[in-house]
Design a protein around this ligand. Sequence first.
Ligand SMILES: [Zn+2]
Length: 258
Amino acid sequence: MAGSPVSKSGFQLKDKRQRGVKMSSYSENKRKKQRSVQPNKKSRRKNGWKSALRRKPYVAAGILLLVVLTAALGVYSCASGKGYYADVDASEPQLDVQLLDINPYSRPGIQSDGVQGVVIHYTANPGSTAQENRDYFNGLQYSQETEASSNFIVGLEGEIIQCVPTWEIAYASNERNSDTVSIEVCHPDETGKFTDETYRSLVQLTAWLCVKFDLTMDDVIRHYDVTGKICPKYFVEHEDAWEDFKANVEDAVRKNQG
Ligand SMILES: [Zn+2]
């Protein structure tokens, strides 16, 4: 677009030379011309892209196609969550094994009836870390205030602490304590929504347990599905997020099968 006034001057130069006009008066003219051209240039620049598109419709079509494709891809990857979790598979996640002391309040040391399911929980204690929750469970042998524990705790930064072996009962899921593995999940605030790091680790841990114990997505349940308790809160209040989570776990499992 900036080329047009120059080439215009170029023509004038040629014309004026042919007509034998002196260079000095020409450059004076050119300066005047440039001054008078300035506002034009601006308005031309303003509408430049429109006229450019008129001149090159295929470029316009190309740009439009690119914009549409980019938007569609963005919407697809957000909606399915596949874009962000594409690299999560069902391999064994890094586990920080800190088994609780065997005690009647959090680790009875009773062998389970096998693993028929994975039960997801949330700590209901915003901002608490995996380590704090693990230490709380272990401290119940002294405080004796309640019976509670879980096989695993996923922390705010995606760290995973194992508190009870998978073949032993933990006190988390009521009547399903004897035939499931439980996962307590930390969350930063009252909404109960997990951080991205926590979510990733939870997907991988659940997928790994599904492969290890030959479970299907129907065997992945919420505490809510056992007792009706609002736990894990975010997955109970957002059914779509719960379905997305199971889809992410299924994707991760599939990666290890094929
Ligand atoms: Zn629960």
